[in-house]
Design a protein around this ligand. Structure first.
Ligand code: FES
Ligand SMILES: [Fe+2]
Length: 422
């Protein structure tokens, strides 16, 4: 349970809110590499912590991230022409390079001198692990970029589901670190079966346990925490335990347990106080293995042009109650909602745009959620009082060495040392 003040510290990210300021000391996911693949291609709008930017790749392949509003009279540069090494505003033809240099002021006579006195706001930018990352914090003290957990090598192939969610980031993240819900909410997509470990088929992940009430154990770390959800396996539950570990990399990344074919990570990133960008990465260190992006989006029922529009907005959402199919439920489908992400989003959005954490009844399976709240509220308060932002100091292990795990092990094994073998 949180007071209103604590809930605000945890959830609010816009303007001067401490959590948003803390996040601005991290490299932030602006969009997917795919979206700005082509030189002189369509610029991409991105809203991060309530700030609007436009990302583009220029004629020479250089990436730029500019404040979305043109410095002249504030028209959106996302409408702009991406041409000859710069982005040209449609309104009066001013043009900007990737670093914000003014290249042309078509509407101004004798503009040569004036051009040199103006610079448009451009943000530091990096490309890694299938994402474009930007830095919105103070540039005199920029945090060193480190590749995400799913980019141990520069050529690693990632498949990413991207979906806009109409609620606050913290309740989305709490869903990502909530192991217990998968045994109920996703039980149709993750049915119990006599398998050795989580086994991916074209439409389900088979799970070697029927246990819906895992026991949670947690270990705090310098990057956040990791925890194990311990369940009884179908076979040999006297000697063995089914372990699923989840890694929280503060402030907004989670490594969730893999299956036998690919590893899984999520970014739960605040667009603003009331909206979140949900990214779900499936990847394999060997580029010839894993799952293709098309297959991954199909599995998740999150295909652009089908379940999502071109801006990654869901066609079904809480406004149409996700077209929940009660007939399918009678026939055995647990939720009547298609796709693991849509099932989650129905729950998250039904909690309200910002969940009221003052009136909950938490149980022992909510341990990781309580730890997340305590950790991040303290981190935001400490940051506000002058400490460095959580996760920005050099960690003992690089993110690319972190790993979640799932599998059946002997009860005598300590889960803390387990790493996935995908
Ligand atoms: S508003 Fe962009 S050039 Fe005038
Ligand atoms: Fe889920």
């Amino acid at each position: 349970m949180l007071t209103e003040k604590q809930n605000n510290i945890l959830t609010r990210v816009e303007g001067d809110a401490p959590m948003g300021q803390l996040m601005r000391r991290h490299w932030l996911p602006a969009c997917l590499s795919d979206e700005v693949e082509l030189p002189d291609g369509t610029p991409v709008r991105s809203r991060l912590l309530g700030e609007d930017i436009v990302v583009f790749r220029d004629t020479n392949g250089k990436l730029g991230a500019l404040a979305e509003q043109c410095p002249h009279r504030k028209a959106s540069l996302a409408f702009g022409r991406n041409e000859e090494c710069g982005l040209r505003c449609l309104y009066h033809g001013w043009k900007f390079s990737v670093d914000g240099t003014v290249m042309d002021m078509a509407s101004e006579p004798n503009s040569e001198r004036k051009m040199k006195t103006i610079k448009h706001k451009a943000y530091p930018i990096e490309e890694s692990g299938g994402f474009i990352w930007v830095y919105l914090g103070p540039e005199d003290n920029i945090t060193e970029f480190q590749p995400p957990a799913w980019a141990p090598s520069p050529d690693v192939k990632t498949s990413v589901v991207k979906i806009q969610v109409k609620c606050n980031w913290a309740q989305v993240l709490e869903g990502s670190i909530d192991s217990a819900h998968s045994s109920s909410l996703h039980s149709t997509n993750m049915p119990s079966a006599e398998v050795e470990g989580s086994t991916a088929t074209s439409d389900a992940w088979l799970r070697p346990s029927k246990d819906k009430s895992p026991k949670l154990e947690i270990e705090m770390t310098d990057y956040g925490f990791h925890y194990a959800a311990l369940r009884k396996p179908i076979k040999n539950d006297d000697t063995n335990v089914y372990v699923r570990t989840t890694v929280f990399i503060a402030p907004f990344t989670v490594l969730i347990p893999p299956n036998n074919q690919y590893k899984l990570a999520q970014i739960l990133f605040p667009i603003d106080d009331y909206n979140t960008m949900f990214y779900w990465v499936a990847w394999h260190p060997d580029a010839t293995k894993g799952i293709t992006q098309d297959e991954w989006r199909k599995f998740c029922a999150a295909e652009v042009g089908k379940e999502l529009d071109d801006n990654y907005q869901k066609k079904l959402d809480i406004s149409n109650w996700y077209n929940q199919d009660r007939e399918a439920m009678k026939k055995g489908d647990f939720t009547g909602i298609k796709g693991i992400p849509a099932q989650d989003m129905a729950m998250w959005e039904s909690m309200g745009r910002i969940a009221d954490r003052g009136k909950e009844i938490l149980g022992s399976s909510d341990l990781s959620i309580v730890k997340f709240r305590n950790l991040m509220i303290k981190a935001a308060e400490d940051f506000n009082n002058g400490s460095s932002a959580i996760g920005t100091k050099k960690s003992a292990v690089a993110h690319t060495q972190l790993s979640s795990f799932e599998g059946i092990v002997s009860k005598s094994v300590d889960w803390r040392g387990l790493r996935d073998t995908v």
